[in-house]
Design a protein around this ligand. Structure first.
Ligand code: ADP
Length: 450
């Protein structure tokens, strides 16, 4: 089993060229067999005239010697037939490949050629030519024992061999160009498998391998980001779990001490209840995000009456906003949309929840519905604490909280806006946030009408 790609390509190249050239020569010769046979026949016809001329002028006693010398020098087998049969035979081939009928036709003046193989090389031909002497009509059969064609074939073979050697050397250089980036890529995959995403493939070429390297580099970059996010996520989750758990265990210890009055006990229990609810909300939100992320979330778009849905959210949160004496202003014209009702309801709950959470007592919250150009805009505007500019870019990140201590107290975990963003994106929309510190925040969700 050949392991090197270099060697494999070289082998394929050599075999392909060898088969191509080696096969093309006999095929071409076969295709032109008639023309080649004719050409050889013409050449020997000329020779036969010369033989005939000398033969007819020689005394019968000298003819045998002449034919013998001719056969040896010219490396041909010669036969001469008269009306009674074979008269002379010289050369290494025992019998000509011509039938009695053929011989008779030659004696009558015809030229007859017979081949002993499919390829029309001279050594496969037996050629019969009429030989006229002063007193009789003979048949001369010539069969070349050696041919220059074989020399030509040897030269061609050598040429193919030299071409293969030179071609292979060039091919090795060429395959190196192809194989080198693949080797670099293999090294890079090994690095990634070990958890090192810091790879630099430095590709300049724009061919398929260049594109592959570029995509690979891009993939490694994205994988490193995913890995960084995963690590951040794990540390965030453990931190978010740690804080309420530490608080619960602390207050349980206090409860175990003797001599606590009823009010103190109630305070401890309240904190424990508050913290466990926070834990429950956190796991609920994490689960929700994980399901949306996994793309296995059942996404069931249906016609939704948006104004009615928003009113229901406001009514359901009444205990929270009335406890803070907040004024809610609604501007909700009748608007219908095609969306997943449950997921969308989570978006409004999170946004309205934030407005309530971050708006001081007696503040105002405005919820407005606008539509036009195939887009519906839902605005949650409040007169709350606002978000600093450097925090505004990051509030959609998971677990990001602008004011951690204050926010945790309010039961937040930094997942609300991440959920909002994912759900809105799932609907093909986008979220914009506009805020001024100390003045208030406006979050607008844009959704396509669909
Ligand atoms: P949380 O559960 O902490 O509210 P979110 O993802 O909903 O998490 O919000 C992320 C952060 O964005 C919050 O911690 C808060 O600092 C800021 N934020 C979100 N909405 C508002 C708002 N209406 N007013 C002021 N700050 C906000």
């Amino acid at each position: 089993m050949i392991k090197s790609l270099n060697l494999k390509i070289l082998l394929i190249f050599t075999v392909a060229v060898a088969i191509g050239l080696g096969g093309s020569i006999p095929i071409t010769v076969y295709l032109f067999k008639d023309q080649i046979t004719q050409s050889i026949q013409n050449e020997y016809a000329v020779r036969s005239w010369l033989i005939s001329d000398v033969f007819s002028r020689l005394a019968p006693t000298e003819r045998g010697l002449f034919l013998k010398q001719l056969s040896e020098k010219q490396k041909v087998s010669l036969w001469i037939y008269d009306r009674n049969g074979l008269r002379y035979a010289y050369g290494s081939t025992s019998m000509p490949n011509l039938s009695d009928g053929d011989i008779r036709r030659v004696q009558d003046g015809a030229e007859v050629v017979r081949r002993t193989s499919v390829l029309p090389i001279p050594t496969s031909l037996h050629m019969g030519f009429p030989l006229q002497t002063a007193d009789e009509q003979l048949a001369l059969v010539i069969h070349p024992e050696r041919s220059n064609i074989l020399l030509l074939f040897s030269i061609l073979g050598a040429l193919i061999l030299i071409a293969l050697v030179i071609g292979s050397l060039k091919f090795i250089l060429f395959t190196r160009i192809v194989v080198k980036p693949l080797k670099i890529l293999t090294a890079a995959t090994k690095k990634i498998a070990k958890g090192d995403y810091n790879i630099d493939l430095q590709t300049k070429s724009k061919d398929e391998l260049g594109v592959l390297s570029e995509q690979f580099q891009q993939m490694a970059h994205e994988m490193s980001q995913v890995e960084r996010m995963r690590q951040e996520f794990v540390s965030n989750v453990s931190h978010e779990l740690q804080t309420p758990l530490a608080s619960i265990s602390g207050f349980v210890s206090i409860l175990q001490t003797d001599g606590l009055n009823e009010a103190e006990q109630r305070r401890c229990l309240n904190v424990i209840r508050h913290e466990s609810m926070r834990l429950s909300r956190l796991s609920e939100n994490m689960l929700r995000l994980a399901t949306i992320d996994s793309n296995h979330h059942p996404f069931h778009p249906s016609p939704v009456q948006l104004d009615r849905q928003l009113r229901r959210i406001v009514v359901s949160a009444e205990p929270q906003w009335s406890a803070k004496h907040l004024n809610i202003h609604l501007e909700l014209p009748k608007t219908a949309i095609h969306a997943d009702e449950d997921l969308l309801s989570q978006v409004w709950l999170n946004l309205f929840g934030n407005s309530i959470k971050f708006t001081p007592e007696g503040g105002d919250i405005f919820i407005e519905l606008q539509s036009g150009n195939g887009v519906i805009g839902v605005v949650f505007r409040d007169t709350g604490i606002g978000i600093a500019e450097e925090d505004r870019k990051r509030v959609f990140e998971r677990f990001y909280m602008a004011d951690k201590s204050h926010n945790r107290e309010a039961g937040g975990s930094g997942l609300g806006l991440a959920i909002v963003k994912r759900v809105v994106e799932l609907h093909g929309g986008r979220v914009e946030i506009d805020s001024a510190e100390g003045k208030g925040t406006a979050v607008t969700v844009f959704l396509p009408v669909m």
